[in-house]
Design a protein around this ligand. Structure first.
Ligand SMILES: Nc1ncnc2c1ncn2[C@@H]1O[C@H](COP(=O)(O)OP(=O)(O)OP(=O)(O)O)[C@@H](O)[C@H]1O
Ligand SMILES: [Mg+2]
Length: 445
């Protein structure tokens, strides 16, 4: 059920049956006919009157024969639902919008196709915006007020909602709604130009040969989306355990266990962290552990798991480059309560991490794999990253697009051997380096 549907029918929606269908279909027709910009300029009472009038026309035009009472009940219910989230309604209805950002009552931005644009819409007042916000957060039994001015929640329908209000926000109540990410297949990502066939071929071999893979990127670069697509390459007979802060992954395999962490309750108790879940998952006989995002001390447990027989794990980390991802994992691991010397962490990363896939969001909104790097160092050696594929961007064209080409480089001998031992074909586009100087390597500390 969508956010809108859930909010407008908080009780047992099943009991509404046919009637509910009628309401939903008229609401959709109504939203099609109204002029949004005009609606947002009206005061609440006028808006209701206007909607009732338009809906009256629609029902007379094509509706079933109804008694006067039935007709006014229907109109009332449809309009109530249409007004449930006010001017956000049609935005939530629009599947091409991936993010809605409300910066106070006067500024509403949306992200569409990776680009952010401001809409000519506004709430009548900060109060009206607050009412809408309260309506949304109350569906997950949360409260937002002065003593509780920040709320971050996942709605039952999957949308992620974040609210922050004054005095913390200086420009009125701020609402951010991230739509539940659609999952894309690797073929769809190829069509977007995010990677190409050769890279998919390589990645498929790496996943199937159980390399440990870290997907790295900044916020909103498509880490979760790629992690989901890559997880789809895991063979169906393996037991997969997914661990996330807010469950977004949608694996298609049958043998999947999904775990989700839990924030502390109002009394500050009952918290279950990603770290707790990673530790617990090791006792669940996983073939693969997939961690949605590593952002704390769980880094250590994950690295330990990866280097002690739980091969083929996948995770994402927030970082701007492959070397940055290594540093970040190391820093996060040092944040755990177990004191591990930095040198030991370095060794651990060298033995745990095999591949880093770097994602970048370009100025034109496109998300691409900008590097596939293999970690080719051992033990206490400095990190040595061998580039297998890289996106080389050209300057932005006048229409604001970024074009470029993917380039491939020879794989380290060790990687090729591992693929071979796992009966994975060698991706021809890359080839194998015969000596170290054929590798596109660089050192990182
Ligand atoms: N390759 C892609 N091409 C186009 N759109 C994409 C691509 N990958 C992801 N997206 C879209 O970008 C948005 C962000 O994607 P996603 O949630 O995967 O990013 P993320 O890096 O995990 O974000 P966060 O840092 O918030 O966890 C979603 O709307 C998603 O559908
Ligand atoms: Mg994510």
């Amino acid at each position: 059920m969508s956010l809108r549907a859930r909010i407008s029918t908080p009780e047992e929606h099943g009991s509404r049956g046919e009637d509910g269908h009628l309401v939903a279909s008229y609401r959709a027709k109504l939203l099609e006919e109204i002029d949004l910009a005009e609606m947002s300029s009206l005061a609440a009472a006028d808006r209701r009157a206007r909607l009732e009038r338009v809906l009256g026309h629609i029902i007379s035009r094509e509706g079933p024969v109804l008694s006067t009472v039935e007709r006014s009940q229907l109109i009332r219910r449809v309009v109530d639902e249409a007004l449930g989230l006010g001017i956000l309604e049609p935005l939530l209805e629009d599947a091409s919008i991936t993010e809605i950002m409300v910066n106070g009552p006067d500024a509403i931005f949306v992200e569409r196709g990776g680009r952010v644009e401001q809409l000519p819409l506004r709430f009548v007042s900060a109060d009206q915006l607050m009412q809408t916000i309260e309506r949304i957060v109350s569906t997950v039994n949360r409260r937002v007020d002065e003593s509780n001015p920040m709320v971050d929640a996942r709605l039952p329908s999957g949308e992620r909602v974040n609210v922050i209000i004054p005095p913390l926000s200086l420009t009125g109540p701020i609402l951010t709604i991230r739509r539940f990410p659609r999952s894309f297949t690797l073929q769809e990502l190829i069509a977007f130009g995010s990677l190409d066939e050769h890279m998919v071929y390589l990645l498929a071999g790496l996943v199937q040969a159980k390399f440990n893979i870290i997907v790295s990127g900044a916020t909103g670069t498509g880490k979760t989306t790629l992690l989901n697509a890559l997880s789809g390459l895991i063979p169906a007979h393996e037991r997969i355990i997914t661990i996330e802060d807010s469950a977004e992954l949608q694996l298609q395999q049958t043998h999947v266990v999904r775990l989700e962490s839990r924030p502390p309750n109002v009394e500050g108790k009952g918290q279950v962290t990603i770290r707790d879940l990673v530790r617990n998952s090791l006792r669940m006989r996983p073939d693969r552990i997939v961690v949605g995002e590593v952002r704390g001390g769980e880094s250590l447990d994950m690295l330990q798991a990866m280097s002690t027989g739980h091969d083929g794990s996948l995770a994402t980390v927030h970082a701007n480059s492959a070397e940055d991802a290594l540093t970040r994992l190391q820093t996060l691991a040092s944040m755990s309560d177990v004191e591990v010397p930095f040198v030991a962490l370095h060794d651990q990363i060298n033995s745990a991490v095999d591949v880093i896939v770097q994602l970048t969001r370009f100025a034109d909104g496109a998300r691409r794999i900008t590097e596939i790097a293999l970690l080719d160092s051992h033990g206490s050696e400095p990190y040595r990253l061998a580039t297998a594929a890289r996106f080389e961007a050209q300057p932005m064209t006048p229409d604001g697009r970024v074009h470029g080409t993917f380039r491939y480089f020879p794989l380290p001998r060790r990687t090729a051997d591992r693929l071979y031992m796992a009966s994975q074909p060698l991706p021809q586009a890359f080839g194998v380096a015969r000596s170290a100087d054929q590798l596109a390597t660089r050192e990182a500390r």
